[in-house]
Design a protein around this ligand. Structure first.
Ligand SMILES: NC(=O)c1ccc[n+]([C@@H]2O[C@H](COP(=O)([O-])OP(=O)(O)OC[C@H]3O[C@@H](n4cnc5c(N)ncnc54)[C@H](O)[C@@H]3O)[C@@H](O)[C@H]2O)c1
Length: 336
């Protein structure tokens, strides 16, 4: 079977090595720097003596940092331990590739118990299972599921609960984009299809997973991948339907957060800016990428893993009082 991967051994804080500073040294240092104030502005040394002490202090601090950093890296403090997902089971829709796959990887990396991917892409899903199982040595399961199909989503959720006993986390990343489509000629069937995948699909998965959490009376965390397009209108491409779908995903997240807080289910969303994924690696968008970068204060697209730590935060007990919140990660695009 699967050997559980232990990320790190928790150690009491008292056992973390500290460097002792001689009391006389501390007193001299305090006296030479005047009263202690909560003021970060550096105070100029008053004499050559205090200047020497300041040098000693700074070298002492360097020594402390040099000796403490490797120890801290090996230690899970109470604060860091809240970012781990011990014994939690996660479902990631759209986890076969792209942002969903990268987030799935990050969840596994913080001691997840089991990962389940719902996606339409069978080959990518199978590859993700092999890769993540090898890398993390935890159970990873793939269900070929179209998030629009209520019955197949329900069947995959039931199979997950019967295999792992529960679902604690849902990341809803499955989504598609239509771009460069002026509204006056937008095919209504295409419009319906995109809304069905991005919005209704998110709801179908949230409802099925939410019902298992409610039934089991166990807390849960849901993270919807929305978009900065739910906040601003992208330029220069015309994509009214995508923008509307993501604005709706953000409001769906807030609505479910309000309704399900009484069940201890938290629902938050992440709104990425332009990210360097397959969704954007299509020839039709090549010329526009230059413009996107120019309009992004950080002058680049986001890397595929740059949502991961926020997703871990939202999924974990590090964010237990956070619900109904949308966080934009866009290199500053929405600031202008
Ligand atoms: N890439 C970006 O710049 C960007 C920016 C903002 C938001 N987003 C959002 O992030 C999410 C992931 O995007 P990505 O860039 O990784 O794209 P991607 O195409 O690489 O990944 C999307 C995944 O969703 C799956 N999927 C699509 N339709 C599905 C369906 N009906 N049922 C089940 N699975 C389905 C795909 O097979 C794919 O694995 C999407 O919701 C997207 O709208 C992306």
């Amino acid at each position: 079977m699967y050997a559980r991967r232990i990320v790190s051994v928790s150690r009491p804080l008292a056992s973390i090595k500290t460097v002792k500073i001689p009391a006389a040294f501390v007193q001299r240092a305090l006296l030479s720097n005047g009263p202690i104030r909560n003021d970060p502005t550096p105070t100029a040394p008053k004499s050559s003596q205090s200047s020497v002490d300041a040098k000693k202090i700074s070298s002492l601090i360097s020594d402390i940092k040099a000796s403490a950093t490797p120890k801290m890296a090996q230690t899970i403090t109470p604060t860091l331990s809240k970012f781990t997902l011990n014994d939690k089971v996660a479902v990631v829709t759209g986890g076969a590739r792209g942002l969903g796959n990268s987030i799935a990887d990050a969840l596994c990396d913080v001691n997840l118990k089991a990962l389940v991917i719902f996606d339409v892409l069978k080959q990518h899903g199978d590859e993700a299972v092999i890769e993540l199982t090898k890398k993390f040595n935890i159970p990873v399961v793939f269900h070929q599921v179209d998030v629009r199909q209520k019955d197949s989503v329900q069947a995959a959720v039931d199979a997950t609960v019967s295999e792992f006993g529960k679902i604690d986390i849902l990341v809803a990343a499955a989504g598609i984009a239509d771009s460069n489509l002026p509204a006056e000629g937008y095919d209504v069937e295409m419009f319906r299809r995109l809304i069905d995948i991005n919005l209704t699909g998110t709801f179908v998965c949230a409802q099925a997973v939410g019902n298992t959490m409610i039934k089991a009376n166990s807390p849960g965390s849901m993270i919807f991948i929305a978009s900065m397009s739910g906040h601003i209108v992208n330029w220069p491409q015309q994509q009214s339907c995508y923008n509307a779908s993501k604005a709706a995903v953000i409001m769906l997240s807030k609505s479910l957060a309000a309704e399900w807080a009484r069940y201890n289910i938290r629902v938050n969303s992440i709104s990425p800016g332009y990210m360097d994924t397959a969704l954007n690696r299509v020839p039709a968008l090549d010329a526009q990428k230059k413009l996107w970068k120019e309009r992004t204060p950080m002058n680049r697209l986001g890397n595929v893993d740059e949502l991961n730590n926020l997703a871990v935060f939202m999924a974990s007990d590090a964010s237990t009082y956070m619900t109904g919140t949308d966080v934009i990660i866009d290199g500053g695009y929405c600031t202008w």
